[in-house]
Design a protein around this ligand. Sequence first.
Ligand code: 5AD
Ligand code: SF4
Length: 443
Amino acid sequence: MPKYFHISTMGCQMNESSSDSMITHLKEAGYRQATGPENADLMLINTCTVRAKAQQKAYSLLGRMIKLTKKRPDVILGFMGCIAQQEGAGLLKKFSRLDFVLGTREGERIIEILERVENGKERIVATDLSIKPVSILSPRDHFKGRVKDFLSIMEGCDNFCSYCIVPHVRGREVSHPPREILKQARNMVFQGIKDITLLGQNVNSYSFTENGDQPVQFFELLKMLNSLDGLKRIRFTTSHPKDLSVELINCFGSLDKLCAHIHLPFQSGSNSILKAMNRKYTRNKYIKLIENLREVRPDISITSDVIVGFPGETQKDFDLTLDLMDKIEFDNLFSFKYSDRRGTIAADMSDKVGEAVMTDRLNILQNRQREITFKKNKVLEGRIVEVLVEGKSKKGGQFTGRTKTNKVVNFTCNKIEVGDLIQVEIKQAFFNSLRGVATSDDS
Ligand code: 5AD
Ligand code: SF4
């Protein structure tokens, strides 16, 4: 009898990517993917702990999964990802139903762990963070039916921004070898992928050295990927302003497959807050980087992350954040209330900002950004843009895809295949998407 697994993935794209690797391991060992957790012999939750809210969500999902296993004591239940790494053995104490805890660097061990749980009825904690991660080649049919996907090029983060739990739970930066990245990219293209997003906590600091050779830097990796036949679009996320080199900025002008979009978190518009965050750049440096990017690629879309209510953030600091937003005019912004994370430097800082003030600031900031996003989308009305067709949109008779600038376009078209690149005239802009008509249909 084949065994079935179900994996629930929470949090960022790095977790999506580690779940994909887990699926590969399990399938190679003969497991099949269940249609839902209620049909699974193995239930896995891949967790996130970047903010307190994400952590609460993971615990409430675990509660629901435990309920599902009430009448099925043989089901194996595992917690993996960032909470697993952070809490380790404490989780087994807290949740008696949990069979194993699998940290962010021990995914390779899943089959051995499952055997030990099944045979010895052992409960296992695997949270060694010093293990060197290996990149794995996904199976031949893994990407079938998809036109875009992620490719993880490095693990971990060395930056220790003072608010961030990531370096504590994902370990030090390790870059994967270029030849393995290229092999995986070829594998993806062979299966129909047209649009690859290179993934890492800070891809700008990608650097791989072998046998004492000169290190391969991120911009060089981009050049290698740009010459891959059949690949149409390359993206990357996430970037750190302190590591955005001139060579990398110039790639936006010279590499035809590199999409006109960068996600460049700024976190705060105030120099004193940036310093307390240990971000290692100033607001002027950030503004200059955006100017340089726009010089090289005037149509580039800029998205970013920002935190409100970092400890010690005054009204003046917050006004500087709003001012930076007005100066840059981001295409889109992901905004968060500061959340204390145990073990980070910021968690021990005094002068915490109250919840009500954070809520107010977040509302003000999000309303301001909605106006900016809408204004930027409006500019595209009447323009013709290139769209990669991703599938049928939820609304009947329409297709959906993305521009090079990563904006969602819903459009009508007579004859089209998923994976085609087509020209679409934008007829109407909304807050979160654009509506258009394929130019060949526009009579
Ligand atoms: N509180 C609030 N937001 C955070 N982020 C990271 N850590 C925290 C925290 N402790 C945000 C940052 C980061 C994004 C992924 O999550 O903006 O860029
Ligand atoms: Fe966290 Fe900073 Fe690393 Fe991003 S760069 S993962 S915010 S420590």
